[in-house]
Ligand binder design. Structure first.
Ligand code: NI
Length: 167
């Protein structure tokens, strides 16, 4: 099943998502649907709040032949070293801006089998983990822009918001 993507202005993108208490059939089905949705629209990551599901889960496909299904992630370490690179978000179509992120991240999560995974990631994967994790906290990449860049995208964000309000 392909989900509709909730875009900027939807309140579901601003809530703190809830922990997954049990990896049951329903959770597995949601994860499968999220992967299907991400692949259909050629995204590299998709978090549950982006499809209106208030759970701490996301999926990532950065093209390393490994589709990650991430449940209840915790960021254990962020490097002091920073990298600046362009980001976009399926929930904010048409907006691409440079964002500062830690260049390396250590993250702990459960996979779809309920196994605890600890991963140390860098570069693009590190960025994807941080971006998707933010979604679970109700944070969007545009929140992390410099004041100047924020001003540059504010009009586009207003338009997206209006579309949501119109329904
Ligand atoms: Ni996003």
């Amino acid at each position: 099943m392909i989900y509709d993507i909730k875009t900027y202005g939807n309140s579901c993108l601003r809530e703190k998502a809830e922990r997954v208490e049990k990896i049951d059939v329903e959770v597995l089905q949601i994860l499968d649907n999220m992967v299907e949705t991400m692949q259909k629209i050629k995204g590299v990551g998709l978090a549950a709040p982006q499809v209106g599901i208030n759970k701490r889960m996301f999926v990532i496909d950065v093209g390393d032949n490994k589709i990650r299904k991430v449940i209840n992630p915790e960021i254990l370490e962020l490097s002091d070293e920073i990298e600046i690179n362009e980001e976009g978000c399926l929930s904010i179509p048409g907006v691409f801006k440079s964002v500062k992120r830690a260049s390396r991240v250590k993250i702990k999560y459960l996979n779809e089998k309920g196994e605890e995974i600890i991963e140390e990631a860098e570069e693009f994967l590190a960025r994807a983990f941080q971006h998707e994790y933010d979604h679970l906290e109700g944070v969007l990449f545009v929140d992390r822009l410099s004041p100047v860049a924020k001003r540059m995208v504010s009009k586009k964000l207003q338009l997206l918001k209006k579309e949501v309000e119109r329904g």
